[in-house]
Design a binder for this molecule. Structure first.
Ligand code: NI
Length: 253
């Protein structure tokens, strides 16, 4: 079944019909979902979702746009929550120089602190990186060697993707791969092994064609699997099976 390795069902965009939507997942072929932490406020909602739905697991972390709200008390709470049974990763953490909400030194500081905490807890990490290719690679080399990781919503070159694959990391691929103008990501998918690709939505964002611009959900992932299958010369079923296996391996499920 489909494994959505990165979703945000804690987001307010799902407040009106969350229960109905999540109730439709298993019939829609979605077997497992990891809901990724973004803000400090998202954490309690994620815990609630993991308690309520057997197929939802959580990741706890603070997104680079939000690290201005992080402090030592936040780090202590994160450490405590990473020990919970259904919390399977630290994330999403990283660098975002596109929105550039916090200065780069502050972003790097909290990225490294959260990476170090994940290492201490022996947990995989979900990496968010936008327009920060070189700094992300440097930090991963210096602070995450030997750890399990996914570079989520991957947006850089095929060459760099191959370097991450060599480091043992996974590459997260979502709705963008169905966009006509996504030449770079299509090339990435062609050049890295299917054994290193994960399916993800990042919902409510990044819906695939034919729903581009609308609210996304895990039920749209067959379109992503189909686009990857075409690029790889295989079937969507094979993509779904292999990426599920990959997701289980990353998160230890
Ligand atoms: Ni995300």
């Amino acid at each position: 079944m489909i494994f959505d390795t990165h979703a945000h069902y804690d987001a307010e965009q799902f407040d009106t019909d969350r229960e109905e939507l999540l109730g439709a997942m298993e019939a829609g072929g979605v077997g497992t979902i990891v809901d990724a932490g973004s803000t400090l406020e998202s954490w309690d909602k994620i815990l609630e979702l993991t308690e309520r739905y057997h197929f939802i697991y959580g990741a706890i972390g603070v997104h680079p746009d939000e690290v201005g709200t992080l402090d030592e008390a936040g780090m202590e709470r994160m450490a405590e929550l990473l020990d919970r049974e259904k919390i399977v990763a630290a994330g999403e953490i990283g660098l975002d120089y596109y929105w550039d909400k916090e200065n780069h030194d502050i972003q790097k500081h909290w990225f490294i602190r959260q990476l170090e905490l994940a290492r201490e807890k022996q947990m995989p990490v979900i990496i968010h990186s936008r327009e920060a290719a070189a700094d992300t690679m440097d930090i991963m080399k210096q602070h995450a060697a030997g750890m399990k990781a996914v570079i989520h919503c991957y947006s850089y070159s095929a060459e760099m993707a191959k370097e991450y694959v060599k480091m043992g990391y996974y590459i997260g691929v979502g709705g963008v791969v169905t966009f006509k103008n996504a030449k770079k990501l299509k090339q990435v998918v062609e050049e890295i092994p299917l054994e290193r690709i994960l399916l993800e939505t990042d919902c409510p964002y990044l819906a695939p064609v034919p729903f581009r611009g609308k609210r996304n959900s895990s039920l749209n992932l067959p379109y992503v699997a189909e686009a990857i299958a075409e690029l790889k010369g295989t079937t969507a079923e094979e993509v779904i099976q292999q990426t599920e296996k990959n997701g289980r391996e990353l998160y230890g499920l």
